[in-house]
Design a binder for this molecule. Structure first.
Ligand SMILES: C=CC1=C(C)c2cc3[nH]c(cc4nc(cc5[nH]c(cc1n2)c(C)c5CCC(=O)O)C(CCC(=O)O)=C4C)c(C)c3C=C
Ligand SMILES: [Fe+2]
Length: 410
């Protein structure tokens, strides 16, 4: 039993006792609640103490379970930074992140105490390079073909100021102060070399929020992420990471490509649909996440299954049908999206949706064909608007004493 559960139980039993004595308490002139002893302070739990290694074959923040808080930002190099400045920045960012992810202060930086006592809280920081940085740093010869600009998809309403960028950072943690502190530290360390181009904030379920942990939900209420490739799958690495042996360019060995899309949900319109319509749009039951073809959340989707009247159990334009690898020559990606809410728009509608983040070995055989198909025939597209877009090369992880991007920059 965790400290939290113990606290909860003792409070519940105390409340039970208070129920019995409530009448006596009221008669004595104070509420029954006041008889409840304050909960004992909870020590730093395993949530706060959890640390994810920074060094490794792959960067952290890709295969790890999602944390509850996301900050993601793109930086542009300041004029004149060039390759030496970029190299110095990646070295410095790596040193700082290696420390912060282990709950240590950033070496050589003034301690601001924003995250003091908070523990590492599963902090991960993932770095990427956008196509635009290669010319600025004199690295055109090392630009991966896979970083070719994403095509324009029908119905895209992209804000270019909140798209693309030279460098990408994804900061994830199970504590908002830890996440903010990491992002702010990265920004400070970039002074004179790079400035923030855009920044967005996302959230997911808190660790321990449910006694039956399952795949998280998005702001439409759906369980989202069920049919993601799983780290235990035989072909997981081939789908998500650039194989070291055949990496082209070689510096992308063990790296990945991340597609970022800010996708606003038209929640007022969504809320006006019946549950039946909502479930047919996705092809899964809302409460359980089970496919409309039957079973439980984890039952494989049966795209052939028919209803007694001969109609398809999973409609022809259902999101899971159109997005499925089976409908896209096996195209797959690891989705690690976060919800966002940026208040309300002038018309009163929530400015909210999904910060879609998907890692794959090659976007040209991952995201691009799937999004092409979704943009043409996905029932969900009536309820979403793609507002920002970016593609970044995410190099492999740093070795002890090394830094992210070393193979590119040296
Ligand atoms: C181009 C790729 C995709 C975009 C963009 C996208 C947006 C998007 N998706 C949901 C909600 C769900 N998606 C689900 C499954 C799913 N989605 C994609 C791809 C994109 N989604 C894939 C490849 C899959 C898996 C398909 C399969 O193999 O079955 C699901 C079902 C649960 C799950 O498997 O994750 C939901 C729910 C939203 C709301 C959204 C844009 C806002
Ligand atoms: Fe999806």
């Amino acid at each position: 039993m965790t400290n939290h559960q113990a606290g909860h139980l003792s409070r519940r039993s105390l409340l039970g006792a208070a129920g019995i004595t409530g009448a006596v308490a009221a008669a004595a002139g104070f509420g029954a609640g006041e008889l409840v002893e304050p909960k004992a302070p909870t020590a730093l739990t395993t949530v706060g103490g959890d640390a994810v290694p920074f060094h490794g074959t792959h960067q952290a923040g890709i295969v790890e379970p999602m944390q509850s808080v996301l900050h993601t930002a793109a930086f542009d190099l300041t004029p004149g930074t060039g390759r030496p400045g970029l190299t110095a920045l990646m070295k410095r960012w790596s040193v700082v992140v290696a420390a912060l992810t282990q709950g240590q202060p950033a070496p050589g930086a003034r301690e601001d105490h924003v995250a003091t006592d908070a523990g590492p809280n599963s902090l991960t920081v993932t770095f990427g390079f956008g196509a635009s940085v290669f010319a600025k740093a004199g690295l055109q010869a090392r630009l991966p073909e896979a970083l070719a600009p994403l095509p324009a998809f029908p119905e895209d309403q992209l804000d270019r100021a909140r798209s693309d960028g030279d460098l990408w950072v994804q900061v994830c943690a199970n504590d908002p102060l830890v996440a903010f502190h990491a992002l702010r530290t990265l920004q400070r360390e970039a002074a004179g070399k790079a400035t923030v181009r855009w920044q967005m904030n996302g959230f997911s379920r808190s660790p321990g929020a449910t006694a039956h942990p399952h795949t998280g939900r998005n702001l439409m209420g759906q369980i989202d992420g069920t049919n993601n490739p799983k780290p235990g799958d035989e072909d997981f690495a081939a789908k998500v990471f650039v194989p070291a042996a055949q990496a082209a360019p070689a510096w992308m060995a063990n790296g990945s490509y991340v597609v970022f899309r800010r996708i606003r949900m038209l929640l007022d319109s969504w809320d006006r649909q019946s549950l039946t319509v909502q479930e047919r749009v996705i092809g899964r039951h809302q409460a359980s996440g089970a496919p409309l073809s039957g079973g439980t959340e984890t039952t494989p989707v049966d795209l052939e299954k028919q209803n007694p009247d001969g109609s398809l159990a999973i409609p022809g334009d259902a999101h899971v049908r159109v997005a499925a690898p089976a409908s896209n020559q096996g195209a797959a990606m690891l989705r690690r999206g976060y919800s966002y809410h940026d208040g309300f728009r002038p018309d009163g509608a929530p400015d909210a949706g999904l910060l879609f983040i998907a890692f794959q070995a090659d976007p040209l055989t991952g995201f691009v064909p799937v999004q092409r198909k979704l943009a043409r025939g996905d029932a969900l597209s009536r309820f979403v608007v793609h507002e920002s877009s970016a593609l970044f090369a995410v190099p492999g992880g740093a070795a002890e004493g090394g830094y992210v991007g070393q193979a590119l920059l040296e």
